[in-house]
Write a protein that binds this ligand. Structure first.
Ligand SMILES: [Zn+2]
Length: 71
């Protein structure tokens, strides 16, 4: 499992504040890709900042992406 620390919250709290998994398998389209990729959504429990990481290698073309950051 990937472990990620929110640096700004950890600096302020003086202890490591880890991002927590929110959803596995979100569909993300980005750049010039016509399809999307599966990835995982994490959130910092303190500041609420969200990050998407853990992208799959395989591009998927059926269905609709949850998040579309295409150009
Ligand atoms: Zn934070």
């Amino acid at each position: 499992m990937v472990r990620m620390v929110c640096k700004s919250c950890s600096d302020e709290e003086g202890v490591a504040v880890f991002f927590e998994p929110v959803l596995n398998g979100v569909k993300v389209r980005y750049g010039k890709h016509t399809g999307y990729f599966y990835a995982d959504l994490y959130r910092c429990p303190r500041c609420g900042r969200e990050i998407i990481t853990g992208f799959s290698d395989a591009e998927v073309f059926d269905g609709v992406p949850d998040y579309d950051y295409g150009e």
